[in-house]
Design a protein around this ligand. Structure first.
Ligand SMILES: [Zn+2]
Length: 267
């Protein structure tokens, strides 16, 4: 059965499809390890358009609008290793436990995803094996190597959120997301709230949980790493100039965080 599945799954990504994992600054010396679960919105060729028009496939339901540009620029400024995932969250959501109903959503916000409605028996597994597993395997390998080499590692999971969800307007410019880590998110929130022009959410617009998240619980909390999620509002980073400004601002703030953590000998 496992062999059969492996054979089937090998076919999800064909010659025309790029690998799911994208990395930048692999040899970066920063203690911050950046992840980006919703970086891209590619769809494996075999899955077509999942039955959706381009107007839906370019919306926030498909990816975290703007975060790719912020993540790459921030990785460059900090010299921080970035591990990102190129395929759409509508194919498989890399920040959901694979057994959660929202892992391969049949409906997102108010949009029905036809290509996810009637999947063959092994389709979910093939998406997991082709996209979810390699991404999380790579994060695990990188953390393993860093811990083995005694490299300080602080996990920062980068996301963006839609300014209006299901008709509700969200007032925050940026939010910290966390669950069990009481050190890093508090420090980050303090610095964000010191920025006079920002409304910073404390576990808003989302809070992290083991049921609704994967990257922070599995790679951060379970491994005992300091960690935080960051959510930036999408209208602020929709274009390149916004992405550049936010990457510069976050680089300055993370520079201050690194200095504070060094003072406390936490990195
Ligand atoms: Zn996201």
């Amino acid at each position: 059965m496992a062999l059969h599945s492996a054979g089937e799954t090998a076919r999800l990504l064909g010659m025309e499809d790029v690998p799911p994992v994208l990395e930048d600054n692999v040899t970066g010396r920063s203690p911050f390890l950046l992840t980006c679960d919703h970086y891209g919105r590619l769809i494996p060729r075999r899955l077509g358009d999942l039955g959706l028009p381009e107007t839906e496939l370019s919306r926030h339901i498909a990816w975290d609008i703007g975060i790719a540009g912020v993540a790459e620029a921030l990785s460059g400024h900090l010299g921080a290793h970035l591990i990102a995932q190129r395929y759409s969250r509508l194919v498989i959501d890399c920040n959901r436990p694979p057994l959660a109903a929202s892992s391969i959503p049949r409906i997102s916000e108010a949009t029905v995803i036809p290509g996810n409605e009637a999947m063959a028996g092994d389709e979910a597994e093939s998406r997991r094996v082709a996209i979810f597993d390699p991404y999380h395997r790579r994060i695990r390998e990188v953390i393993d190597r860093r811990l083995r080499d005694g490299v300080p590692t602080v996990l920062v999971s980068l996301h963006s959120f839609t300014p209006v969800y299901a008709g509700i307007i969200r007032p925050w410019h940026i939010g910290t997301l966390y669950h069990r880590d009481t050190r890093l998110p508090a420090l980050l929130l303090k610095l964000l709230r010191a920025e006079p022009d920002l409304v910073a959410g404390d576990n808003e617009p989302y809070a992290v949980s083991a049921e609704t998240d994967y990257t922070i619980p599995v790679h951060g909390e379970a491994r005992g790493l300091m960690n935080t999620g960051i959510e930036i509002r999408q209208d602020l980073i929709a274009d390149q100039s916004g992405q550049k400004q936010w990457a510069e601002r976050l680089a300055r703030i993370f520079g201050e965080i690194e200095a504070a953590l060094r003072m406390q000998q936490l990195v």
